[in-house]
Write a protein that binds this ligand. Structure first.
Ligand SMILES: [Zn+2]
Length: 380
């Protein structure tokens, strides 16, 4: 096993990063771009592990087995920081703190590495704080910024970073990964990868959780019964409820895993009360998890709207007489019927309305319910 194994369908990126980790073309600032689910932060993490891997032989770096690789993949290495915002944007204070950390020499590894997962969620003023650090790098520091596309970060930042462009892997590659890594049944893996539109994390959830599959199906069926304003208001409420349930259920699973891992690291007793010193650390983790929960509802809502969008995407494909495979194959007859009752122009306008709502929810502080209600009424 190596740190590159999970980067399914990203051969070009793996080759580029491997080469850099071996010392060819290494630079101090990188910009990882790719659509959500393409694995840009995983790619950055694998690269960080390969750079700080304990193997003496350069060609073996990124072994995935040494303490450095394992702690970096587990996000507990002292020289590798992961920055992901729990809020809608990264604040200027957080950016200053990052820059201060970046100035320190690595304590054990070869490099101090800072992975900024949401470089697109920074105000211009905040970006300028980072820019200064990236312009005048400290010798042993490497910045890795992640964003959906190069256009999502300021050109001044972008021009100083080496680009790493991930693509959305084909659904077949995602399905193969689920079968190989998670032992999912091939037919289930195939359906999940298609429904998740190749988003690896979502595909995995859909494959393993029948409730998640049920929630998704409920979402994509909404347009079929959307007849009037009352239905639109109800749809908005229901979508928000589905997104919240989805976020809570994936958080619960992750929260429990993190807590078990923390207790194991602390060497906590298997039963009974925790010693006071450990209680503080557990409390800290729980506070972080609560903050994260809020942000994850926004992300989940965006994902729910993407599912809804896939309905209209399929309708449009049918209306254009295109032979591309449908995302929602199981709804084919409903989709065909729906497509025959509108035009491609109307479908495009509806897709615009959904994308507008997504944008409002993820980039502004508008109340999500208001944004979805206004979207739902333009879908009637
Ligand atoms: Zn290693």
């Amino acid at each position: 096993m190596t740190v590159w194994d999970d980067l399914q369908g990203q051969d070009a990126v793996v080759a580029q990063l491997r080469q850099a980790a071996h010392g060819e073309g290494l630079t101090h600032a990188w910009l990882f771009t790719g659509p959500p689910g393409s694995g840009r932060s995983n790619a950055a993490k694998a690269f960080a592990a390969a750079l700080n891997c304990d193997q003496a032989d350069v060609s073996l770096r990124g072994c995935g087995e040494c303490p450095a690789c394992l702690t970096i993949l587990g996000e507990t290495h002292s020289d590798v920081a992961f920055v992901r915002t729990e809020k809608v944007t990264i604040t200027i204070d957080e950016a200053r703190e990052l820059v201060a950390t970046a100035g320190n020499r690595p304590s054990s590894g070869r490099w101090r590495i800072i992975v900024v997962e949401d470089a697109d969620r920074m105000a211009e003023r905040t970006t300028n704080v980072l820019l200064k650090a990236i312009e005048e790098p400290t010798p042993r520091t490497i910045w890795m910024l992640c964003a959906p596309s190069p256009a999502d970060v300021l050109v001044t930042i972008r021009s100083r970073c080496r680009p790493v462009a991930l693509r959305l892997p084909p659904a077949a590659d995602v399905a193969a990964l689920l079968v190989k890594r998670d032992g999912v049944d091939p037919a289930v893996a195939d359906r999940a990868a298609r429904a998740a539109q190749s988003h690896v994390g979502i595909a995995r959830r859909l494959a393993r959780d029948p409730d998640a599959r049920e929630r998704r199906l409920e979402t994509v069926r909404f347009p079929l019964s959307l007849r009037g304003v009352t239905a639109a208001v109800m749809m908005a409420e229901k979508l928000l409820k589905i997104a919240t349930e989805e976020a809570n259920s994936s958080n619960d699973e992750r929260d429990a895993t993190e807590k078990t891992a923390l207790l194991a690291t602390l060497g906590a007793p298997e039963s009974g009360t925790l010693p006071p010193a450990m209680r503080g650390q557990v409390k800290q983790l729980e506070d972080d998890q609560k903050r994260r929960a809020k942000r994850s509802i926004t992300d989940s809502l965006d994902r729910t709207l993407t599912d809804l969008l896939s309905f209209y995407r399929d309708v449009l494909i049918i209306q254009m007489g295109n032979a591309v495979e449908l995302v929602n194959l199981e709804l084919r007859s409903e989709l065909e019927d729906f497509a025959s009752r509108s035009t491609a122009e109307i479908t495009l306008a509806r897709m615009d309305a959904i994308n507008k709502a997504r944008k409002r929810i993820t980039t502004t502080n508008v109340a999500p319910l208001l944004a979805i209600e206004s979207m739902a009424s333009s879908l009637i």
